[in-house]
Design a protein around this ligand. Structure first.
Ligand SMILES: C=C1C[C@]23C[C@@]1(O)CC[C@H]2[C@@]12CCC[C@@](C)(C(=O)O1)[C@H]2[C@@H]3C(=O)O
Ligand SMILES: O=C(O)CCC(=O)C(=O)O
Ligand SMILES: [Fe+2]
Length: 364
């Protein structure tokens, strides 16, 4: 998350013309996509925790440890059928394989959420990323009609719809287990569940495509970031690329850990809203996607949170000593506004300090 000066943050200006390069046909990484330093931290091997939702691993003590030390894990036993994951991958590939001018017909409007485009965080960096994205918020139908005007839209829509519905159930179970693992009082649990129950969750589906890259050590698939969500459930195709940033701890300095593809598994990533809700105890995990020379990787992120205008406030004991509330209450919609403006400073901007406690009426 710590930008080097040459890829420093730039103010996000949505009106800037975006460069849509056909990455697959590029033989050399152009200067616009050449990142001077990808090795801000070493990349090491560490086994990423696995939680089997259908087995004893789903015990709350195990989960609490994993959430505190990793903020991410692979999840198995989630009940999503492998044929649905196969169809999801194949529809995602079919979309990105379309000619650029067709994809641009479904381009994300400059200040909109949905559609085709470069990574939204691109505007904070001076170099472009080696990826394309497609965001689906709400019904995928309008997108499908623009992408495939002469074909039956249901092939794409049905998969995206079915996957979103099933992921909502998985996300609901994961969020509830995470809350249970905090050992909250009954009153706190009740408050924590407001806006986070399975029937209340809202989400966007983010499809990502990372074409093979002629010089993967100089390109960046998706730069380091945290998601704004409560949790993100990520599907990755059979090629590795996702890396988690492990903070400095008793095992060593900050380091990148690759999440190896595990057939049938999904990856759970703790987002900023979880950090807010848990009063800083379960921190959001910084992650990035790196690219490779030979394989076209795709991923699909189910980015899930409370209803957009529900104000989420922290529950449980703060992770660090005083004040009793680490963050002020915020809705996902407002938080996204902060994130679009401040990127990785958004969380700090809503932290409750000694000075701001009085103004907010926050007391222990
Ligand atoms: C709801 C949202 C979360 C997101 C911004 C968005 O409005 C739609 C896309 C999401 C995404 C996906 C890739 C990484 C990310 C940081 C980004 O730039 O766009 C996330 C955003 C987020 O979680 O803040
Ligand atoms: O492709 C990946 O592995 C990461 C995608 C991601 O971080 C996102 O969509 O927010
Ligand atoms: Fe992400």
């Amino acid at each position: 998350m710590n930008p080097d000066p040459t890829t420093a943050f730039m103010p996000c200006s949505p009106s800037e013309p975006q460069q849509h390069l056909e990455l697959e046909s590029v033989r050399e990484v152009p200067d616009s996509h050449a990142w001077p330093a990808l090795d801000d931290h070493p990349t090491v091997y560490e086994p990423v925790p696995v939680v089997d939702l259908a087995g004893p691993d789903a015990s709350v003590t195990h989960l609490a440890r994993v959430c505190e030390s990793w903020g991410a894990f692979q999840v198995t036993g989630h009940g999503i059928r492998s044929d649905l994951l196969e169809r999801l991958e194949s529809e995602t590939r079919r979309l990105f394989a379309l000619p650029m001018d067709q994809k641009l017909k479904a381009a994300r409007p400059s200040n909109g959420i949905s559609g085709y485009g470069l990574a939204r965080i691109s505007c904070f960096f001076s170099k472009l990323m080696w990826s394309e994205g497609f965001t689906i918020s709400g019904s995928p139908l309008d997108h499908a009609l623009k992408l495939w005007p002469d074909a039956d839209p249901s092939r794409f829509c049905d998969v995206m719809q079915e996957y979103s519905e099933e992921m909502k159930q998985v996300a609901g179970r994961v969020v509830r287990l995470m809350l249970l693992s905090m050992g909250l009082t009954a009153e706190e649990m009740k408050r924590a569940e407001e806006g986070t129950r399975v029937d209340q969750l809202s989400a966007v589906l983010q499809l990502n495509s990372y074409p093979p890259c002629p010089d993967p050590n100089r390109a960046m698939g998706l730069a380091a970031h945290t998601d704004s969500s409560l949790v993100t459930l990520l599907f990755q195709s059979g090629t590795s690329g996702l890396q988690l940033l492990r903070r400095q701890d008793q095992h060593g300095p900050a380091r990148w850990v690759t999440v190896p593809p595990r057939p049938g598994a999904l990856i759970v990533l703790a987002g900023d809203l979880l950090q807010i809700l848990t009063n800083g105890r379960y921190k959001s995990v910084a992650h990035r996607a790196v690219v490779n020379r030979n394989h076209h990787r795709v991923s699909v992120a189910y980015i899930c949170g409370p209803p957009p205008h529900h104000k989420l406030s922290p529950v449980g004991k703060p992770a660090t000593p005083a004040p009793c509330l680490a963050y002020r209450a915020v809705s996902w919609a407002d938080y996204l506004g902060l994130k679009a403006e401040l990127f990785d400073k958004a969380l700090a901007s809503i932290m409750v300090t000694e000075d701001s406690r009085g103004d907010e009426g926050i007391c222990c």
